[in-house]
Design a protein around this ligand. Sequence first.
Ligand SMILES: *Cc1c(COP(=O)(O)O)cnc(C)c1O
Length: 451
Amino acid sequence: MTRDDLTRRQFIAAASAGSLAAVTTSDLPAYGNVTRKASKLALLGGDPVRKNKSWPQWPHWDEEVIDSLMKTAKSRIWCRIQSATGTVPTFEKEYAKLMGARFCVLTGSGTQALHTCVEALGIGPGDEVITSPYTDPGTTASILSARALPVLADLDPESYQLDPDDVERRINKNTKAIMPVHMMGQPADMDRIMALAKKHNLKVIEDACQAHLAEHRGRKLGTIGDLGCFSFQSSKTIACGEGGGIIGNDEALMDQCYTVHNHGTSRRGRTEVIGPKYRMNEFEGAVLLGQLSGVKERFARRNENAAYLTYRLKDIPALTPQKLYDGTDSGSFYLYAMSYHEEQFDGIDRATFLKALSAEGVGLSPYIKQGLHREPWIDNILDSKVYKKMYSRKRLREYKDQLACPNCDKVCSEMAMLWASGPLLAGREDMVEVADAIEKVYENRDALRKA
Ligand SMILES: *Cc1c(COP(=O)(O)O)cnc(C)c1O
């Protein structure tokens, strides 16, 4: 039996065992494709591992998506408030069911979903929310839009997720919530984050914008904290261009989310609170509904492919796949992320490795260039009238003094990731090529250094 004969069941079993990194298949022979190892790097004029092949295209569309869009166009129900059975209210019900949540409110983006939650929880000027510097700018934008202060805690450098110890160090009397980000679609350290929230009486808004359908201890991400947010932006694993959603089980709180996202106007038709207008339109809902049928299959395919890559990478110490926490049943695998260890690659830097790999026909990306703690918003916002009015001079000075997130800097400098919406939906033979290409470059690192 060869490595390629590993059954689908083995990988799923490995994936659900809690740690993909722990795929131990001792009955399988170690990889040893001598011809490939001996062959010349494509960067140096050799034959590439992967030639003239494309990846599955993303975002996904098929006749079902087109039919759904056409039906919406012809119905003239283009706005959710025109009908209780339009695409948006229908997808809200379907998504809640899929995620095992009682309620769902769709919005125009993941950022809008997060901002709606911040407002619905009554978090505003003077308040602080602890989140990650290693994320989409939408995460912090949602806190800033409420004129609250995003406090950035450092990462666990092996999982790229919030480090609960650093979160705890940054809690003060103005802290109202933690916003963990399930980075790459895999669960953050939710056992410890929920324990912290309980101990300090804080709300938890899960930024699950990359984490559709992923599970931690039998619960879908987004249903563990008080509220969970998703993005349906083009690149995400369920996509409609721009879109977002909130899920939750607390009826009053979810009603408040609806009111906030509907310019402060409740389902009762009364205008009650401050709120932007963040309603999803029916065309976006139509795309989401049309895309729903293949969602579970694509999720399984990504998990299976990720498990295979992790299994193959265990023999290459220079690349470590993202660490998954105990209790991880499955990940969304929005991205398949790895840490590149230059010293174990005999000093070959990441850029050279990526170039050599790309010549073999496999593109990995360094992803986020630097953490949000290094972006110019910090100075611009802290010097603004409203922040100077709402936060003491002492707090703002301390905030700037405590911005360092060395683990985040390390993650940014080591990251090498494969886009999952697309490549991770490819077949097993494509994953074999990804792993073979990585292995070939690693085995030939000596030639690369001399080049
Ligand atoms: C995409 C994303 C967001 C923002 O979602 P949008 O739909 O683009 O507004 C927020 N957080 C994370 C982790 C994301 O990946």
